[in-house]
Structures are given as C-alpha cells and as structure tokens.
Design a protein around this ligand. Sequence first.
Ligand code: GLN
Length: 484
Amino acid sequence: MFNTSLKKLSGLLAGKEISSVELTQIFLKRIGELNPSLNAFITVDEGKSLAQAKAADAVIAAGKAGPVTGVPIAQKDIFCAKGWRTTCGSKMLHNFIAPYDAHVIEQFNRGGAVNLGKTNMDEFAMGSSNETSYYGKVKNPWDLNAVPGGSSGGSAAAVAARLCPAATGTDTGGSIRQPAACTGITGIKPTYGVVSRYGMIAFASSLDQGGPMARSAEDCALLLNTMAGFDLRDSTSLEREKEDYTRDLNLPLAGLKIGLPREFFAEGLSADVAKAIEEALAEYRKLGAQTVEVSLPNSKLAVPVYYVLAPAEASSNLARFDGVRYGYRAPEYGDLVDMYQKTRAQGFGAEVKRRIMIGSYVLSAGYYDAYYLKAQKLRRLIAQDFTDAFKQCDVIMGPTAPTTAFNLGEKSDDPVSMYLSDIYTIAVNLAGLPGMSVPAGFGANGRPVGLQIIGNYFSEAKMLNVAHQYQQATDWHTRMPQGI
Ligand code: GLN
C-alpha cells in the first residue's frame, strides 16, 4: 500500500477499500521503522494525524470526498500548521507552536488531507544538502552516505522512501527541484505568486515559492490543484482563475519544441548526468518533440546575483527573530541589546549567520548601489534571457543539478561549491518562472539524475503534460530505493 500513487490511493479511499485511519497507520508505522535512519521528519504526532484521518473518513462516508480527502501528506516544517511545532529547521523556533495555519495548510485541511508530520529541512531553507538543520542531517534513501539535497531534503527523502505518498516543499533557488533530483522523485516549483506564501516562514520573499513533491507528475498536478489559489493575505499572490492542472496531462507531444540552453550543457556538468539527460531527450524525440538550441547568456550570473539578493532579503526577514515575542531566548543576559545579541548568537546556525552578515553588508549605505542595486538590474537581464528563449521553444530542458547527490560532509566546509549545486535552478527563481524536476535515470554511482523542465509563466499544466508523457514512456519515477 505504501508504494501506491496518490491518484490510486484517492480512488481506494473514495471506494472505501481502505479507510484513511488504516492508511495513516500504515505510513506512521513505516515512519516509526525508517525515520530513525533517515531523519526525514522533525515532528510526528500520531494523535493529531489520526484525528484528522478519522474526520476524513466521516467526510468520505458522507460521500463528500475530494481528490486529497483522507490522503496522508507530509508538510515541510516551514509551513505553519496550527497546534503543530513549526521549527523551520532552526533552534530559534525549537519551541514554537504555530497559532495559525499557512494558506497551503488551510487548503489541504479544506480538502480533507491528513497532515502526516513536519519534515526536516535546512535551517530557514538555506542550503542544498539538508546538513544545516538544527535537527540533524537527513540521509538519502538511495545511499545513506549521500545527502538528499536541500533545503526540502526531508520531504524528498520521505517521498522517495515511501514514508508518505507526497509532501510539500519550498523553492527559493532550487529547494524543490534539486532534492527531487537527488532522491529520484518529481517536484514542481510553480510560477511566483501561484501558491500563497502566507504562513510559509520567509527566507527571501521575492523568490520563495511553495510547491508539491511526489513520485509522479500526475500526483504533483493533483496536489497543485489543492495548493494553488489566490490569497488576500499575501500581497504577491496572483488573482487568477482557478486552474485544473491535470487538464492537459494526456495531450500528445508531437510538435513540441524543446529549447536546450547551450550554457546548461557546458563545463561543470558531470559526464554521467549529461548522458542521462541526452537519453531523456532522445526519448522526447521519440515522442515527437523537436529540440532547438537556445542561449541564456546571463545565466552564468545567476548564482552571484542570487547570493546578493537572497541574503539581503533574508537579513531583513530574519530580523524578527529577536527573542522578544516567540521562539528561542537566551537563558542569561544583561540588558535588552545583550538579550538580542545572545539570543541571535545562540539561536541561529553558521549558514544563517553567514547570510545575515552578507545581506546586511550589501544593503548597507556604502555598498547598496555597488551590490544590491546592481544585482537587481542583472536579475532583470536574466529574466529577459528566458523571455527571448521562449520565442523559439515551448519548454526549456536541461539537468536539474550538475552532479548526482554528493556525499554527506563533502561540501560542508566549502560554501561556494555548495552554492554551485543550484547553478541550473536559481535563474528560474530570479525570473519567477515555473520549473520542475523529473527522475531520468541514474549516475555512475547509482544515485538518481533529475531532468529539469522550465516553462513560460503560468505554463504549469503544459509542463506537467510534458513530464507525464515522459513518465508514461519510462519507468524511472517508479523505481524505489532498496535496502533501507
Ligand atoms: N540552496 C539555495 C540556498 O541555499 C536554495 C535554497 C532554497 O531554494 N530554499 O539558498
């Protein structure tokens, strides 16, 4: 049962072939057995999950079930869920019980889904390996010596290890797509503004976007139907007609034009990832697609631009963690300023402090024009490159990450090499475009490879169609890690 798709589980629940309580128990048991070695969950609360499952069973019995009613879904610990501890992977929020629901959580509750628990993540979503969490590293179910990617590494590991049928993630520079690639699952970062950020703890507000992580594109489409939607409480939420993201899944791909950015297939891409991507592209040609070369000349600036803008926004967003209203407060201190200093010195980890320092520096009076303003201008050029490229193609494809999952500890002491893990994903956030990662084989070390699909603004349904057709022709997304 734990290896059944969300789509199928939804049918079994509606047909009363299994109850939500039984299903939730199956996953809770699996979490109990496997989480000690994976560390994918920070918080599990059987009582709360089972109470929701019971309520879902009543909805099903009344014949009012929707597509996610009764389905257990793991939530990244960045989403506030009322009554649940919500830590964002930080000591700063080790004791924070959210007093309200994020919009995403509200939508799942409204749909009758079961919150299966809160998943581990890099502290405040800063990282590409899930090694910066205060709650310990997450291990990759394909190889316990490998990182699961980050920052949504707990969600990715949980889905890959079948501890849950699906999970949520957030993506500021690649944190849905890169861990999806590292663990052989499917994840989509929607167009900026499609999923409300209300109650999603802020890292870099102009880049952060929530999205689903599941085994297949079809399941991601069902989840996105639940997660997306206008929300007055997020000023960047977009007021658009509600869409059915499953509507185009079965369209044929004949005539599809795939743009291949020259810059994504150059130096820095490991040979085994390149080979898997080439094979995926061959599969697309068999499905009737054509490939054309495109160029994103400014994409080489994406990582440096991001590491000015994201820390700048983070330094401002994280100013609220001061020990006054909620969260951690240093146990001993002198005056108010000393309390702030000790609280922040003790409550934040090294990577978060590094970002706050960089952000404060680039926003300071003397350096604002040289760094922050300049980066904003370059961001515009990076976005323009995509607009130009989309004149020649329907979707853009390339690798999600330059290598397969690296070893635990391999990049912990080298922040710049860690930052380069997101070299193919970050430009998409800077442009506000939707992007996804789809399993596309394995590298030389037996670790999964992700194919990245980038779409034009609001083309989620098209991207999911492109991914789904590939998943009808291949079985990479059905492979399950053995030996855990
Ligand atoms: N790895 C990138 C960073 O560390 C992206 C993180 C994210 O998307 N949340 O900032």
